[in-house]
Design a protein. Structure first.
Lengths: 245, 106
């Protein structure tokens, strides 16, 4: 049964549970907005990656590859490869959403992304199924609104900033910031070095195919590391808000 | 196909991924390596895009001119390693870029 009127407290609790995630999500949205404003794609099209793709990494790849004039099919393929994890989230949530109305499943699935998955799953573990629906929706809607607002703010500010600031370099730096902490994991480290090497070697590949090739080689290289290989503990100060990908 | 259609297609595909198992649940099972691979997609994509972005910033520049983006990368890597915070990359990297640009002979 979906009854949000009766579950206002659970909606609010879900929103409160989402609030800490926003500290990591909002700056990411701002960076995407700025990069959309600085890219050669129309700023509105860059902003629309928010409501349409609604997944930060895939949005970054889409804007970056469109800006680099990659072939359309390559851009779509790269975005979908990055978003393939959504299938796992879908599989996990399917049992909680079984028997709910179709409209609910269509809306809930649209809002499914790393932070809403984490907050929602916590709700389904702790609360009853019906209360957890409201909890999920409270967190997911707050995330969605914040995400689109952050991208919009970044796009608006980014369009008016002077070129000498070289804000086009914010995105590579952001990506470096995301990749470096993952070097502690052996499989991810191998994936990162393999992907970066292939990307550099394939810079002159036609249609920007080098990026898609680099991602594929990186994943394959990472898979060659045994799953039980030792993983270094994360840095004690390392943020854990990276699920927004 | 223009940018609008590309974004629409990527968005539609992403939504179908989100819906996929909700519709197909119980009908198919995923191999274990598929789940392992999904954890590697993000790091591989970030690395590939970052390397391409840095290379694009350095393209056509001599070593002196390329010092600004390279200094920014170095500052970003060191800052993230020292603080453990991803956001330190931008906070350290962009000032390094600007300072190096000012200090370089034009």
């Amino acid at each position: 049964m979906i009854s949000l009127r009766a579950d206002r407290r659970d909606v609010a609790a879900g929103a409160r549970a989402m609030a800490p995630w926003l500290a990591g999500v909002v700056p990411f949205g701002l960076v995407i907005g700025v990069s959309a404003a600085q890219a050669t794609v129309p700023t509105l099209a860059g902003w629309l990656t928010g409501p349409l793709i609604y997944a930060g990494s895939a949005q970054v790849a889409t804007i970056g590859m469109l800006d680099a004039r990659a072939a359309p099919v390559v851009v779509v393929a790269a975005a979908l490869i990055i978003n393939i994890r959504l299938i796992f989230y879908s599989a996990t949530m399917a049992r909680h959403w079984r028997g709910t109305p179709w409209w609910w499943r269509l809306v809930a699935a649209y809002l499914l992304i790393d932070p809403s998955f984490a907050v929602g799953l916590d709700g389904y573990r702790r609360l009853g199924r019906d209360r957890a629906h409201a909890y999920y929706l409270g967190g997911a809607v707050l995330l969605w609104v914040s995400w689109l607002a952050a991208i919009g703010a970044g796009a608006t500010a980014g369009a008016g900033l002077p070129t000498w600031l070289h804000l086009e370099f914010v995105l590579p730096l952001f990506l470096i910031g995301e990749a470096v902490p993952k070097l502690a994991n052996p499989a991810q480290r191998r994936a990162i070095f393999a992907a970066a090497t292939v990307a550099l070697l394939a810079l002159s590949a036609p249609l920007q195919l080098g990026i898609a090739l680099a991602i594929a080689v990186g994943i394959t290289a990472g898979l060659t590391v045994r799953p039980d290989a030792p993983v270094h503990p994360p840095h004690p100060l390392q943020r854990t808000t990276e699920v927004r990908r | 196909m223009n940018a609008w259609i590309v974004i629409l297609a990527a968005g539609l595909g992403s939504y179908l991924f989100r819906l996929s198992m909700i519709i197909l649940t119980g009908r198919i099972t995923m191999p274990p390596y598929f789940e392992r691979a999904s954890g590697l997609v993000g790091p591989a994509a970030f690395a590939a895009l970052a390397a391409t972005g840095v290379a694009a910033a350095c393209r056509g520049l001599d070593l002196t001119q390329a010092a600004a983006p390279l200094a920014a990368v170095a500052a970003a890597v060191i800052a993230v390693l020292r603080t453990g915070s991803s956001q330190a990359a931008i906070l350290a990297g962009m000032p390094a870029f600007w300072i190096t640009t000012v200090l370089l002979p034009s």
